[in-house]
Design a binder for this molecule. Structure first.
Ligand code: HSE
Length: 436
């Protein structure tokens, strides 16, 4: 059979990996896909660099538009990132009847609804396994492997850079900036690393996962997003002393009134498998009503792990290319006219447990004032630790773990505690999940 012709947009970290994997495993891939898959055109701003990698075997251009319009390209692989130029190129590729494979989570989280609708009308596929958790086939697992289930919740470590930073800070006591620089050198971090450390990249991925799990449109703008930049070593140590680890989790859960969609540092019992996912590795826990809890683990970033997902999508698209568009796997798992309007819950309505740390004056009645405020807000205490004051210090840390409470009640209680004359500075709040 004639080879499938691929136009590659961007031959940076993941593009290079995609090129290498397709070359190295060409014969195996042909046996799986039923026909050869060949990159025939590459667009990259660094033309000389792209020519060097591809060794003069394919057409190289600086003009990505040439690739998306070319009659000699069947599938466009978008690996340039960002959501402006990439959106134009992907929409143009669809308009020209090309199938698209992308690793671009920001693009999909923000413009996925419009992209999938255009693709549906044109009868082309948009595949995006590489957009979430790098090499882990989590999209396929959720969309196809778990399609018998009513998904209850998903919790994931879906940003390798922040997990790498938290692991290195905890294990080696390295400062935040040193570890971030290492992640950048290794090619894990986003072009703008604030996307990693402020939870934005994780929220992009969570938006995609949530849509697939619950059959809802992408609603990135409604995701609650809090990163790791304000975490202190102190909180990491207190959490450990209480038997927990702090992880940046993306959590989406079906609740009574709607769907939770939140990214934030989270205390997880140290004995859970996910609490022991270290370094740049990613893990996604998904709980279905039939299967129970399942976990997917692997490299969430990096050249060849992400290329593994890109090439798997190329194989999928190649296999499905002749199938009737109405009967292909739907982009968001549910048929496009069956998406639900279940609302995303505002953060105030979320129900979870909390780690609260406050610095107080060490004298009688202080704790009583704090517990009175918590009781009035219907917040029950699960555990409490008061540290000895350091020599010569008048203030001590109190750490409380609460039972399940409603976020807006916790907001009220924190505001009242912070107004007490005996409490110094702000209360640190980290959410906790048992993940059972
Ligand atoms: N910056 C991302 C991460 C890369 O650190 O996980 C993969 O999306």
């Amino acid at each position: 059979m004639k080879p499938i012709r691929v136009g590659l947009l961007g031959i940076g970290t993941v593009g290079r990996g995609t090129w290498d994997v397709l070359q190295r495993n060409a014969s195996e891939i042909r046996r799986r896909a039923g026909r050869p898959i060949r990159i025939t055109m590459v667009a990259d701003r660094e033309v000389a660099h792209a020519k060097k990698i591809t060794g003069g075997k394919v057409k190289v251009t600086a003009d990505a538009m040439q690739v998306v319009c070319s009659p000699d390209v069947d599938i466009v692989v978008e690996l340039i990132g960002g959501d402006r130029v990439a959106r134009t190129l992907v929409m143009e590729a669809i308009r020209h009847g090309k199938h698209v494979v992308t690793a671009n989570k920001a693009l999909l989280a923000k413009h996925g609804n419009a992209i999938f609708s255009a693709a549906q009308k044109k009868g082309v596929m948009v595949a995006f396994e590489a957009a979430v958790a790098g090499g882990i086939p989590v999209i396929k697992a959720l969309r196809e492997g778990l399609s018998a289930n009513r998904i209850e919740w998903i919790a994931g470590i879906i940003n390798g850079t922040s997990n790498f930073i938290l692991s290195e800070m905890r294990d080696k006591g390295l400062p935040f900036e040193t570890v971030l620089a290492q992640a950048q050198q290794k090619g894990y971090a986003e072009a703008d690393p604030t996307f990693d450390i402020e939870g934005i990249d994780a929220a992009h991925k969570l938006t995609i996962i949530s849509a697939i799990a619950f059959g809802i449109p992408m609603q990135f703008e409604k995701a609650y997003t809090e990163g790791i930049s304000k975490l202190t070593r102190k909180d990491i140590e207190y959490a450990e002393a209480l038997g927990y680890r702090i992880k940046l989790l993306g959590i989406t859960r079906r609740a009574k009134k709607g769907i939770e969609l939140r990214v934030h540092p989270t205390l997880v019992p140290a004995s859970r498998l996910i609490a022991n996912v270290e370094g740049v590795m990613n893990a996604v826990l998904a709980k279905g009503d039939a299967v129970g809890a399942t976990m997917y683990y692997g490299a969430g970033a990096g050249s060849q792990p992400t290329a593994s997902a890109v090439v798997a999508d190329l194989v999928d698209v190649t296999r499905l290319i002749t199938a009737d568009p109405e009967h292909r796997v739907p982009h968001l798992a549910f048929q496009p006219d069956q998406l639900s309007s279940t609302p995303i819950l505002p953060m105030g309505e979320v129900q979870t447990s909390y780690y609260l740390r406050m610095r107080v004056v060490d004298r009688p009645g202080v704790l009583a004032d704090i517990t009175r405020i918590l009781a009035a807000a219907r917040i029950s205490i699960g555990a409490m630790v008061q540290k000895e004051p350091a020599e010569g210090e008048a203030h001590v840390d109190i750490v409380l773990l609460t039972h399940q409470a409603i976020e807006k009640n916790v907001d009220t209680a924190i505001a009242r505690i912070e107004r007490l004359a005996t409490v110094v500075g702000q209360v640190t709040r980290i959410r906790m999940e048992e993940l059972l």
